[in-house]
Design a protein around this ligand. Structure first.
Ligand SMILES: CC(C)(COP(=O)(O)OP(=O)(O)OC[C@H]1O[C@@H](n2cnc3c(N)ncnc32)[C@H](O)[C@@H]1OP(=O)(O)O)[C@@H](O)C(=O)NCCC(=O)NCCS
Length: 192
């Protein structure tokens, strides 16, 4: 999978030997000012993980038969400018929030674009690559969860066609801490 966007970013899957860059991008994402409402993990937890964790993650992300794919956007100078990870969720399993998964679906997580690359349409290019991979794996829909207060991310998801499903989850006891589930239906006419 390799597409050059108008801005000359290369959108592609992470390769196994690239785990140091994957680790760097994740740790930078976790230092973003919105990280506390954008990601479940915090910087200290991620920074404490051994190299083997990142090596396994990079290897798994690129495996053809795996249920997960991490896509990155590489800028002309080689910088990893952004990323999205797609998980395939199977019916009969339980999701991250403890709710039953009712259909085969994709789940977008770990969405991040470096501040200096935002507003460039990169996130849409990342989503396109990630969702295309998920559609090819026969999912009925693609979903994600976004914090109600993360207005920029919500704007980006709206532009990409995601709509609220009505499901609201929370990762804390705080009633204000509302995560909205947004969904993208499988495009009609796509073969399974
Ligand atoms: C979420 C993220 C990937 C989106 O990428 P991006 O390049 O910033 O997104 P875009 O600029 O294409 O789209 C954001 C939209 O929200 C709008 N927006 C930005 N700030 C806004 C605000 N405060 N209120 C309302 N809308 C806002 C933008 O104007 C834009 O819409 P437009 O293109 O119609 O003007 C990026 O901002 C990011 O990495 N954020 C930090 C991590 C994060 O929040 N991840 C998501 C976790 S669920």
């Amino acid at each position: 999978m390799s597409t050059v966007t108008a801005e000359n970013y290369v959108i592609r899957t992470v390769r196994p030997h690239e785990w140091p860059a994957l680790r760097r991008l994740r740790l930078d994402a976790l230092r973003d000012p919105v990280a506390p409402i954008a990601f479940v993990e915090d910087y200290e937890q991620a920074a404490a993980r051994p190299d083997s964790f990142w090596q396994e993650r990079a290897a798994r992300s690129g495996a053809e038969d795996g249920g997960v794919r991490q896509v990155i956007a590489e800028a002309p100078d080689g910088t990893w400018a952004g990323t999205v990870t797609v998980l395939i969720e199977e019916p009969g399993t339980t999701d991250f929030a403890g709710l039953p998964v009712e259909r085969r679906q994709g789940h977008l997580v770990g969405v991040f674009v470096r501040p200096e690359h935002r507003g460039s349409g990169l996130v849409e290019a990342l989503f396109e690559a990630g969702t295309e991979w998920a559609w090819r794996r026969g999912v009925e829909r693609v979903r994600l969860v976004v914090h109600e207060d993360n207005v920029r991310a919500r704007g980006a998801y709206r532009k990409a066609g995601f709509v609220p499903s009505g499901v609201v989850v929370s990762f804390s006891e705080d009633a204000e801490d509302r995560e909205l589930e947004l969904v993208l239906a499988r495009p009609s006419g796509l073969d399974r």
